[in-house]
Design a binder for this molecule. Structure first.
Ligand SMILES: *Cc1c(COP(=O)(O)O)cnc(C)c1O
Length: 378
C-alpha cells in the first residue's frame, strides 16, 4: 500500500540516545534514560510514582496483581476494547463484566456502571478510546461510593486531559502504551502510573521479581530478598533511550497530529452535513491527542465497500474491535451486563483512516478525496 494505516513515529535522535546508553555500560532497566522518562511522566500526570514497563498490557497485569484480584472477582469494563484490558484480570481468575458504550465517544456508558455492580465487583477498568476521556467525575464518584478501584486503560491517551486533569493520573492506576501504533513509542513499551502512595512500594517490589531490591537501593530497607509474588516488567535502557527522544519532542509531535486531525475533520464536515457519515465527537472539557481519526459509515456493508475502494487506490484504512463479549475468549471468561445496543452496531461501521506523525498533507489529501469520491457516487 502506498498510504499505510500507521507508520511508527520517529524523530531522528533515537539512535544517538541508544548509542549513549550502550556506551554508558548500563543497559538493563532503571538506568538514566528510564529515570528521565519516569520524571517526564510524573510531571505530565502529577502522579506519586510512575514506572516504565515493557507494555501497557504488563502495566495492567501489574495493576491486577497489586489489587490482589482473585478467582471470581469482577471488573466492570467496556466490551469495545483491546483484549489486554480484560486479559490482565482474567490471568488472575477475575471475571470481566462488560457494559455497553456511548455511541458519541465509543467509551463505556457511565450511566450503566452502577447496575452492573455486585458484591464481587472489585474495580472499574475504563478505556479512553481515541484519547477522548470517559466521564471521570461520574466514574470516580461511583467508585468512591462502592469502594472500587479505578484502572485507567490510557493506552491511547498520553497528553490528554479531562476538565484539566491529565488522563492516566485520575484513577488509582493509569496504564500507558508505547507500542509502535501509539502516539509516542519505543516499539514495545508502557508505563504504570500510581496516583498516590497506596500501591507505590508494593509496585516496585512486584516489578522487580518480587524482591525489595529497588527499596534497598532507595535506602528504604537494609537487606534485599524475595518478599512477594512478582515478575520482571522492566524495559531495558535501549527502549527507554528510544522513548526519551520522543518524550523530548512530545509537544511538537502532538501538535502535528492534532493539525492532521483538524484537517480531516474540516474536510469531512460537508459529508456529515449531507447525512452521509458521522464524524468523531469531542465532549466539552476533553482535550484529546489525535490518536486516531475515524468516520462512521451507514452500516457494515457500506464500510466494506469503502474499504475496498480505498484499498483499490493503495490506501490502507483499519477497523476494530471485535467486541470482547462476542469473541471466543470473552464468551469463556466474561459476561455482558445489560443490553448490547451500541457496542456491536457501532463497531461494525467505524472506520479508522491513516493517521501518523509522518503523514504528509499531500497523502492526507489523497485519502480525503478518495473518501469523498466514494460518497459522491453513492
Ligand atoms: C494498544 C492498546 C493496549 C495494549 O498496549 P500494549 O502496550 O501493546 O500492551 C491496551 N489497551 C488499548 C485500549 C490499546 O489501544
Amino acid at each position: 500500500m502506498r498510504i499505510n494505516f500507521n507508520v511508527p513515529p520517529y524523530t531522528g535522535k533515537e539512535l544517538d540516545y541508544i548509542r549513549e546508553a550502550v556506551e554508558a555500560n548500563k543497559i538493563c532497566g532503571d538506568g538514566a534514560y528510564t529515570a528521565r522518562c519516569n520524571e517526564w511522566l510524573k510531571n505530565l500526570t502529577g502522579a506519586y510514582r510512575t514506572l516504565l514497563t515493557t507494555s501497557c498490557t504488563h502495566a495492567t497485569e501489574m495493576a491486577a496483581l497489586l489489587l490482589d484480584i482473585r478467582e471470581g472477582d469482577e471488573v466492570i469494563m467496556p466490551s469495545y476494547t483491546f483484549s489486554s484490558t480484560a486479559n490482565a484480570f482474567v490471568l488472575r481468575g477475575g471475571v470481566p463484566v462488560f457494559i455497553d458504550i456511548r455511541p458519541d465517544t465509543m467509551n463505556m456508558d457511565e450511566r450503566l456502571i452502577e447496575a452492573a455492580i455486585t458484591p464481587r465487583t472489585r474495580a472499574i477498568a475504563v478505556v479512553h478510546y481515541a484519547g477522548v476521556a470517559c466521564e471521570m467525575d461520574v466514574i470516580m464518584d461511583i467508585a468512591a461510593r462502592h469502594h472500587l478501584a479505578v484502572v485507567e486503560d490510557a493506552a491511547q491517551a498520553i497528553l490528554c486531559t479531562y476538565h484539566g486533569k491529565p488522563l492516566g493520573g485520575i484513577g488509582d492506576f493509569g496504564n500507558f502504551s508505547f507500542h509502535e501504533t501509539k502516539n509516542l513509542s519505543c516499539g514495545e513499551g508502557g508505563a504504570l502510573i500510581l496516583r498516590d502512595e497506596t500501591y507505590a512500594d508494593q509496585a516496585v517490589i512486584v516489578r522487580e521479581k518480587g524482591t525489595n531490591r529497588t527499596l534497598y537501593q532507595m535506602g528504604k530497607v537494609d537487606k534485599y530478598s524475595w518478599i512477594s509474588a512478582g515478575s520482571s516488567w522492566l524495559p531495558s535502557e535501549m527502549n527507554a533511550a528510544y522513548l526519551w527522544a520522543q518524550f523530548e519532542m512530545a509537544d511538537e509531535m502532538n501538535a502535528r497530529r492534532l493539525a492532521l486531525w483538524e484537517r480531516y475533520h474540516e474536510a469531512f464536515r460537508e459529508l456529515q452535513e449531507a447525512g452521509k457519515i458521522e464524524r468523531p465527537v469531542i465532549p466539552e472539557g476533553c482535550v484529546h491527542n489525535a490518536h486516531m481519526y475515524y468516520i462512521k459509515c451507514r452500516d457494515y456493508e457500506e464500510r466494506s465497500a469503502l474499504i475496498q475502494h480505498l484499498k483499490s487506490h493503495d490506501i490502507l484504512p483499519a477497523s476494530h474491535y471485535v467486541p470482547l463479549h462476542s469473541a471466543e475468549a470473552g464468551l469463556r471468561f466474561g459476561r455482558f451486563h445489560g443490553e448490547d445496543v451500541y457496542t456491536t452496531s457501532e463497531s461494525l461501521r467505524l472506520l479508522r483512516l491513516p493517521m501518523y506523525y509522518a503523514l504528509t498533507e499531500e497523502d492526507q489529501d489523497e485519502v480525503i478525496s478518495r473518501v469523498k469520491e466514494f460518497y459522491h457516487a453513492v
